[in-house]
Design a protein around this ligand. Structure first.
Ligand code: AMP
Length: 395
């Protein structure tokens, strides 16, 4: 990486502003239901504290409409973070800018970590407002970005602030760049990508970029039906993007020209509605009869996918191959996950739904890398430079 990392900078005695991704899920009583994102920031937090720096943490949480919203305050995050930090007090402030914040930060004791209030209570955060970014920067002497999941957004605490302070990558960010970077630059071969999820339109950029890098693309999930339809195959009521049929055809042609194998489902689990109590059948072949919709890949497809994956040295997976949230439609996604967990290949899982599927199956530690950013990992795999990474200080 050509950007400065926390390891490259003398942090002793410095005040450090760290942008983290503490956007954790809650139940109806405001209990954190999954603290993975808080835990994921600990290596960088502990390193910075270990260097004898004073740490100010900031994150967004949920989607406030640019104003203070009590149900989206950072207090539960502060509480959980304090439990996870050895002997440090976490002082949560009620805003992220302003006189009171400045004053409290000025009095920060050695055994205190300060957590600022939800950055998105200010609309200026998402607008990358210069004055707002400057105020955030004014709280510290060094900026650390460890929020990979937000690094595809040019927001004030991710991009704007980097103009005013030395801007360093945290360990989580570095790890993401390292593993996802391996899939983009000089990937190990054979390189097989599994793409699924609801729509072709969300993954066009990724497919086009992958065509120059991979040996094979396995396409499942809702997006497969647009590709099948583009070849004249009947898909019943399956999800279809009519306006992407031409694009699907051109992707198939390009793949052929470049010698990239595109493997589409050979059979399907079909249902008469999207519901766990739906009537379900498995098709013999690729055709789906009228009145039914494809909700998962079938057994022959699973075997074909496995056969291709068995030879891979690098596997990148983004998007479930069926409606895995509904148990009877989850077999394809689960079997592929279980299978790649047994392989020697480097396995990189795009964030979002695919990461949830892997976590539900307790397979996280069997994968080489699970990205913490859904949208960010997709943009990275599209070959785009993420604004939050671009903004960091060069070595
Ligand atoms: P994405 O966020 O694009 O990765 O899409 C994930 C979503 O795709 C999940 O919520 C799945 O339920 C959905 N999905 C997967 N397979 C299908 C399918 N055959 N039909 C409709 N939606 C699907």
């Amino acid at each position: 990486m050509d950007k400065l990392s926390v390891k490259d900078y003398d942090l002793k005695g410095k005040k450090v502003f760290m942008r983290a991704d503490f956007n954790v899920p809650f139940d109806e009583n405001r209990n954190i239901t999954d603290d993975t994102r808080i835990k994921a920031a600990l290596p960088t937090i502990n390193y910075i504290l270990g260097q004898g720096a004073k740490l100010i943490l900031a994150s967004h949480l949920g989607r406030p409409k640019g104003e203070a919203t009590d149900s989206l305050r950072m207090d539960p995050v502060a509480k959980r973070l304090e439990e996870l930090l050895d002997g440090k007090k976490v002082v949560k402030l009620n805003d992220c800018i302003g006189e009171e914040v400045k004053e409290r930060v000025g009095k920060q004791a050695d055994d205190e970590v300060i957590l600022l209030e939800n950055l998105r209570f200010h609309p200026e955060e998402k607008k990358n407002d210069e004055a707002f970014a400057k105020e955030l920067a004014g709280l510290a002497e060094v900026f650390v970005n460890d929020a990979f999941g937000t690094s595809h957004r040019a927001h004030a605490s991710v991009v704007g602030i980097a103009k005013y302070l030395p801007a360093l990558a945290g360990f989580l960010l570095e790890k993401e760049i390292d593993f996802l970077g391996k899939a983009v630059t000089n990937p190990e071969k054979p390189y097989v990508s599994i793409l699924g999820g609801a729509k072709v339109s969300d993954k066009i950029g990724v497919i086009e970029n992958l065509l120059d890098k991979v040996d094979s693309i396995l396409i499942g999930g809702g997006m497969a039906y647009t590709f099948l339809k583009a070849q004249g195959i009947e898909i019943g009521n399956s999800i279809l993007e009519v306006d992407k049929l031409d694009l699907a055809r051109s992707i198939l042609t390009k793949a052929e020209e470049k010698g990239v194998g595109i493997i589409l489902p050979l059979d399907h689990v079909i249902a008469d509605k999207i519901d766990k109590d739906a009537n379900i059948k498995i098709t013999d072949g690729v055709v789906i009869e009228a009145g039914w919709m494809g909700v998962d890949i079938g057994p022959k497809s699973i075997e074909a996918f496995k056969e291709c994956l068995s030879k891979a040295k690098l596997i990148v997976w983004n998007g479930p191959v069926g409606i895995f949230e509904i148990e009877p439609f989850a077999k394809g996604t689960n079997e592929i996950a279980n299978y790649i967990a047994t392989l020697d290949a480097v396995t990189v899982i795009g964030g979002g739904d695919t990461a949830s599927a892997i976590n539900q199956l307790n397979l996280a530690d069997k994968m080489t890398h699970i990205s913490t950013g859904g949208g960010a990992s997709l943009e990275f795999l599209e070959g785009k430079e993420l604004p939050g990474i671009a903004a960091l200080t060069l070595k």
